[in-house]
Design a protein around this ligand. Sequence first.
Ligand code: F6P
Length: 379
Amino acid sequence: MAKTIGILTAGGDSPGLNAAIRGVGKTLHEIYKIRVIGFRDGFRGLAENKTLQLEPNTLSGILTIGGTILGTSRDKPHRMLMDGETRNMTDTIAANYHAHQLDALVCLGGGGTQKNALKLKQAGLKILTLPKTIDNDVALTDTTIGFDTAIGIATEAIDRLHSTAHSHHRIIVVEIMGHKAGWLTLSAGIAGGADVILIPELPYTIELVVEAILQRVKKGKNFSIVAVAEGTMSEKEIATLRTLEGQIEASEDKMDRKKARDKLTRMEAKRANHTLRLAQQLEMFTGLESRVTILGHLQRGGTPSAADRLLATRLGSACADLIAANVHGVMVAARGAKTQPVPLEDVAGQRKLVPIDHPWLENARRVGTCIGSSVDDKG
Ligand code: F6P
């Protein structure tokens, strides 16, 4: 009997997902004569048995389109909201997988998807994954689908902010996505020539940022662009966070633990306004008018870049080869010009952060960019 493969996209969308679906699907159809079924809205589609037939004509004309034709969600197989209550849907998912007589399931996703995929593998399903996220924080792959496009969008935003910041003699603080990783901010910050780049991996000191901006003013540059990653914290905030976490861990008294937890929750809520508060502080300490631009989901929208289309096609096509060779339980990683299957156990739960000795940080410093920290690459 002819083989059938399932495919789904999970987690936040990213440009290049359709190119990847096409890469997997067309190679399976054309080269291996294997049928492909799409599941809608991530793992939910598998739990609710919502499918989309991916015939060759459905896979045509989608290479350049942003988003995902399958839809996506952040639903987890083992903790899914169904009819108002949270349920473990793993058994239902496994039953649907077998009902469709799938020979394997391909999950396109970021860090969370790798973990969920491993759980399904442990439940006995044959799973392969592809790494996608604009955050570029998936372990053991050179890069992820969507990252390059997002760099382009954020860089263009910084370019455009330059002329208006310059005209008004303002500081513009631009918040860039990336969850807990600084890859996107660091890359776009360097490419766009931001004057200050702040990333979560390197907690900043406000005094250093103020000093850098005032130095620019001394040189006659009375505007600055500050690129800040959404997960960034100051050294002070990190210190408070660590203390509270320590208190929660060490406290034997229920009440004390609750107090520390409440403080932590309040701190998390305050963090949502971090970029706004940073701009206010900079305005207060430098005397320069300041504005905030939050790029948000713009960074995930629209047409994928040429590099993302190429990456998605390479990974998708390699994934089809692995399926044909009956290899599963792996993520298809990008390694130089090649691809490599990596066991899901090695990827799941590992977040790839910017190492503080990463050469890009040194490159940024060398061209005079402030990175908000005096910690150098030796720690
Ligand atoms: O993981 C991709 C990402 O865009 C992160 O950069 C960001 O923190 C998050 O998703 C936003 O999630 P949502 O789309 O659920 O608001």
